[in-house]
Design a protein around this ligand. Sequence first.
Ligand code: SOE
Length: 383
Amino acid sequence: MKMSSIKEIGIGMLGYEFMGKAHTNALIKMPIFFYPPPIKPKLIALYGRKKERVMEASLRYGYKRYYTDWEALVKDREVEVIDNGLPNHLHKEPCILAAEEGKHVICEKPLAMNSEEAEEMYKAVQRAKVKHMVAFNYRFIPAIILAKKFIEEGYIGKILQFRAVYLQEWVMNPNFPMVWRLKREFSGSGALGDLGSHIIDLARFFVGEIDSVIGLTKTFIKERPLAEEPNKKDLVDVDDAFIALIKFKDGAIGSVEASRFSAGRKNYQRIEIQGDEGTILFNLERLNELEVYTNKDKENRRGFKNILVTEKVHPFYDRWWPHGHTIGWEHTFVHELYHFFDCLANDKPIEPWGATFYDGLRNNQIMDAILKSANTGKWERAY
Ligand code: SOE
């Protein structure tokens, strides 16, 4: 199969910083490692607010052109897929316009600022009948996929409890300046939407629908210096940390918490899934490994088994390196974008493996319920 004979598809990327870079890296790598690719992404256009910076990024990343007007990029006739890696307050309008223009849409998490916006976005992509995915990239880690397989095979029995933390430390310094992730008007919430959204998505992915929640939030540092004028301060109006308890529809219970004030925790996402016959443990800082325990083992042989999930039998792994040559955080984006383009090229559903805008809507509804509960102090329905 010659690469020249593979259909191409025009990509319009919104944002060139953290997620824009992670997604562009994935778009470039996907056809190399997932060869022949289901479709070949063509880097058509890149959007950013600041002309100088987005022009430089477009040259550095290899986009054909750049825009400082996201509406013009979305309407670019060569752009067939919109990949939105902008701050959360710029998810709704570009994604809805993309759908109205008949473009397929990938949007970073959380889908929206709140469930009202998420519902509008979900309805728009349904009306337009375009492919839609929310970039919950941790669903595409081979160890996470193995955990799902263990659960489906009944290896740990009926799921009774789910507990997850997602801890980072990057804003503990009071001199760390104000950024969009710390302002409600740009982010919608703090650690909850940025980190909590991931573990809430995985709670639904592993256990099932969430019925109600009770939660609390905390802001440890309430004002921060402005990057441009350090002697001026601005208010932090989002959570630095949250904790929530969960009642799943099927009777299981759980807890989720995220913090940006966890000294020593760099990108520490720890998941523990407990069944009536065993336990599965995952740690994002050791993402090639999975720990499993089952009572099905003979009594004198019971214990946690640590599996290095790098054999070719695991999804995606045959595309990378020999077993034991581990992969990293960036590869999760290559996997999720491969999944998107495979589903697009072969008209397959994004779900249940990938997260659609419906999953994004449910995620925002659950987070809204946690924020409501943090005010009322009561259990709130997560719909
Ligand atoms: C994506 O993998 C991600 O979890 C982002 O969503 C977070 O914002 C970042 O802190 C770590 O990477």
